[in-house]
Write a protein that binds this ligand. Sequence first.
Ligand code: AMP
Length: 139
Amino acid sequence: MSIFTKIIRGEIPCHRVYEDEHVLAFLDIAPLSPGHTLVIPKEEKATLDELSDESAAAIGRVLPRICRAVMQATGATAYNVLQNNGAAAHQAVFHVHFHVIPKTADGRGLGIGWNAGRLDPAAGRELAAKIAAGVTPGR
Ligand code: AMP
């Protein structure tokens, strides 16, 4: 069980901004910028690939609404949605969560290192086919 389960259960306080049967959203305790919000499923899964279709759909339905509300409340006009999976990918809390991170006029928000490569057409064809074959119905 992670700290987010304790927040869902009300055992640890949070600054809640949204809640329904499947989803909870609250302010990040260590914000990258004002309004930095976490959107989590109530389902206890560590990484996004483990999430049920039901929870995924519930999050997908409200995520844009929460983004709109965060932008409206902070006045920010740009933002990032970040979702980390695995310690190597900067995940620290092992309960699925989406960060909504406003970008402020003075540059606060998410810093991104983007070391882009170049997609080889033949390798791309092979890899796309392999991934496509692995997209199976959800849980
Ligand atoms: P990640 O690196 O994607 O796992 O991010 C975890 C996030 O959870 C960090 O941004 C933390 O600041 C945030 N966090 C950890 N504990 C709490 C808490 N009790 N209330 C709100 N946010 C939290």
